[in-house]
Structures are given as C-alpha cells and as structure tokens.
Write a protein that binds this ligand. Structure first.
Ligand code: BDR
Ligand code: CA
Length: 319
C-alpha cells in the first residue's frame, strides 16, 4: 500500500478528498496536515479532525501547519484572501458541528509530522497537497535530505489556460502562497503532478448527483450536507447548479496514478505584486524550454474522462 500524506485546508471539496483518502484500501493514510486557506488554520485543523472522526479514522494523526503564507504583503496584494464566501465561515458550509467526534491533534506540527512519517517509511511517500503550499515549501527548505524519499507530489492548484478563480489569472491555492508554490513547482526534484483548474472545472457535480449521493449512506449524506453555499456560489458565477470538487480529483490521481492524463510542462509562478500575482505560467514549449532554459517539467493534468471520474467518486463515497 502506498503511504500517503494529505496536506489540506478543509474546505468543502477538501472534505470530499479526505473521504476518498480515508476510505481508500489502496493507500495507507499516514498523516493529515493542515494549512491556512479556505479558512484560518485553527478552523481547518478542527475540520480535518472532525472529518477524520466521521470517516472512522482516529488512527490518523493530524498536524497543524502554517497559519499564513511565507511572505506577508501586509494587505498590499489585491483580491480576496479567504474562501469563506464559497465554503462558509466554518469552511464546511456551516455544517462543521455535524462532523465528528474530532480525532486528536498530534503533538507534532505539520512539517515535523510529515518528516517523521517520511523518515519512518520504508517506501517512498506520496504527498497530496490540496491547499496553499506553505507547509510543503517549508518541508523542502527545512529537510532537503528527505526529498529523495518522497515518491510523488500531487498538487491541486494553478491554471494553464483557464484563467483564475480568485483573481483574473490566479487559482486559489497558488494565490494563497505564490512564493511557496514557486518553490515547490520549480525548486524540487520530486516527481510532481499538478492538477489545475483547466481539468477540475470540467468535472462538476450537480445538485441531483449530490442528492443521490446523500441517499446512499452516512458518508454521502455528510458530504452532501456541506454543499449549499458552495453550490450557490457556482450557480451564481456560471448560471447552473453544478460544483467542481477540485481536491477530490487530485486525490483520485494520488491513489490511482493514471486517473488523469498529463502533459509534461515547465510551470513557473508569478510572484510579483501586480495583477499577475499567483498566476501559473505553463511553458507550452515543453521539452524545448527544458533544453534551452533548464526548466524542470512537471506533469500537468489537462485531461481525464469526466464521467469515469464522477463514477469513481460515486463508487468510493456511496454507502
Ligand atoms: C482550490 O481552492 C480551494 O478553495 C479549494 O479547496 C481547492 O483546493 C480550488 O481552486
Ligand atoms: Ca483545498
């Protein structure tokens, strides 16, 4: 079984992703680490603990991580900083109190917990990161000796041609800590798959799909209960009631490599303080860019069978 760490900021779609990870027989979920993002890290940590309680995984340690990005611009960056308008003030659509009982919080903070799991593992560890990448960048900086023991990063974040979902050009997780995203995407030797908005925005779940999931059992009902504000936000923006569960797509790929089709592209991140801040720039010259600029390609997930992904989510989350 592949050892897995999930770094997360729950978050409605993080909840779907954590359910996939917690219930998957193919992986050994060794830790969940939390980060600022959709809501403050105190709340994302509580949500992760409650979600693991609901999914029957008190054995999984939860390590609290960064409460702010690496570089704090003291309010000078444009745009919003929280996902509460989409995920609700508590990150779980106002329903966080229904989840639980909360599992214990580890005495180890996120980076120390990740390091201890990686050190103890005989096999390379997969890390799925589905919030801003602050903890991952810190791990790489603090413990470069562990890089070769990380089998793979699967990152939900960025956008190649889709545009942004939090500013004109930036995706939320990259926007949440552009310097960290740049460190992870351009400055590590770990095999990396990036799952961007270009793909996740094509794999949406309708209100009817979620109603059906709610009727399948307690896990489906708990997840579907978080949907109201999230679905309403998608409806308001796109004119129809269907929501993307970005992070769950990344988790399916982490658990079953090959779920998504990837293209190797060097990806850089705009860390300026102008309107491009947080933009991911995929170099469509691909191998040529690698040869001329020495840029490292990451595997960018640009395609998948959307119906098959939805069916797989249903199979894993129903019952
Ligand atoms: C990402 O942003 C967050 O709001 C979601 O949880 C997901 O990780 C999508 O852009
Ligand atoms: Ca997330």
């Amino acid at each position: 079984m592949t050892p897995l760490i999930v770094d997360t900021d729950p978050g409605v779609d993080d909840a779907f992703a954590l359910a996939v990870a917690a219930l998957a027989p193919e992986v050994d979920l060794r830790a969940v680490t939390t980060v600022h993002g959709n809501v403050a890290v105190e709340q994302t940590t509580e949500n992760a603990r409650r979600l693991l309680g609901t999914f029957g995984r008190p054995d999984v340690p939860v390590g609290r991580g960064a409460g702010r990005p690496l570089v704090h611009l003291l309010g000078r960056r444009p745009g919003r900083l929280s996902g509460a308008d989409v995920h609700g003030d508590d990150g779980l659509g106002g329903r966080s109190g229904d989840f639980g009982p909360p599992v214990d919080e580890s005495e180890l903070r996120a980076v120390a917990l990740m390091a201890s799991v990686i050190e103890a593992s005989e096999e390379p560890v997969t890390i799925a990161a589905i919030g801003p990448f602050t903890n991952i960048a810190t791990l790489l900086s603090a413990r470069p000796d562990l890089e070769e023991r990380i089998g793979r990063f699967v990152l939900m974040g960025g956008s190649i041609a889709y545009g942004g979902n939090v500013s004109a050009a930036a995706e939320f997780n990259v926007w949440g800590d552009p310097e960290a995203a740049r460190r992870v995407l351009t400055g590590s030797s770990v095999s990396t798959t990036m799952v961007p908005l270009d793909l996740t925005m094509r794999i949406t779940l309708t209100g009817d799909w979620l109603d059906g999931l709610a009727a399948t059992g307690p896990v489906g009902a708990a997840l579907a209960s978080t949907r109201e504000a999230y679905l309403a936000a998608y409806s308001a923006r796109f004119g129809h009631a269907a929501m993307a569960v970005h992070d769950a797509v990344a988790l399916l790929e982490a658990i079953t490599p090959g779920t998504v089709s990837t293209t190797p592209l060097p990806v850089d991140v705009d860390t300026s303080t102008g309107p491009g801040r947080g933009t991911t720039i995929g170099d469509l010259r691909g191998a040529e860019a690698e040869a001329t600029d020495g840029a490292r390609p990451v595997e960018v997930a640009l395609d998948a069978d959307a119906d098959a992904v939805r069916a797989e989510l249903w199979r894993r989350l129903s019952g």
